[in-house]
Design a protein around this ligand. Sequence first.
Ligand code: ZN
Ligand code: ZN
Length: 296
Amino acid sequence: MDIRIQRGWMYNRMLGRDFNPEWLVGVNQFIEFAKSNIQSLGSRQIRCPCRKCKNKRYADYEEVHAHVLANGFVADYWYWTCHGEVQPYNLNTNIRASSSDHIMEDEEDNRYEDVVYDAMRGGSFDCTVGDTMNANIPPNAEAQKFYEILDAAQRPLYEGWNTQSELSLALQLMALKADYNMAHGCFNRMTQIMKTLPPKENLVPNDLYKAKKLVSKLGLSSKKIDCCENGCMLYYKEDQHLTKCKFCKFERFKSSKLGRDKRTSKPVPHKRMHYLPLIPRLKRLYASPKSAPHIR
Ligand SMILES: [Zn+2]
Ligand SMILES: [Zn+2]
């Protein structure tokens, strides 16, 4: 069912002069959903999706509940992506989201490690880890990258300091840069200063280039998938060769008069999405203020 129908209540706050009962139930469901996604991350604070806070402010559940009741939801917040929900663009992630992905693990020892494994399962890495390990043969290039990033997720920033790994620090620094629009030079000065802090052999990234290089290994193969202009479907798997939307009959490609891709001379789709296999788990990390300072 279309999410706008399924969650139609979200923007049907009033019924005459009273609250719409369906709306009240829905808001409760939303709060419960947000709670269930955040509790295992050891926090009580969630982003407030009310019209005033617009998911930019954190608050306790109770406060968020009150805000939403008073102000309503920020526009177009159909998918609760700031609260751990995965927008089901991708069919694979969708299946995972409905099965294991919403079952929150108790342990959250190394959530970055999980991110790496997710990236692997989601197809970011084209390798069969088991085989490579058993056979004891040199891993192929993809597998090599996977091991490197897994290593970075596991490697403490320095000996005996397990609260921050090489990868988690790099991710957080890059998010900081994005959040505050930090200049490239400022980033490098900052990491240079951090580098001088004891102990000497810490794994603070040398500069922005190094941090980016590490983090980019996570999202190796972002895929492009055409989708219906109206958002009805993806041209994916068994539908990958269709040229019209199954539902609204909208053409997949722009008319040839408008031209073709200059490089590939293939027809140009009206709409295309880029899909990163690891995004669900990162989104959940991002939903928590404790671990939020990550990728945007
Ligand atoms: Zn609010
Ligand atoms: Zn359509």
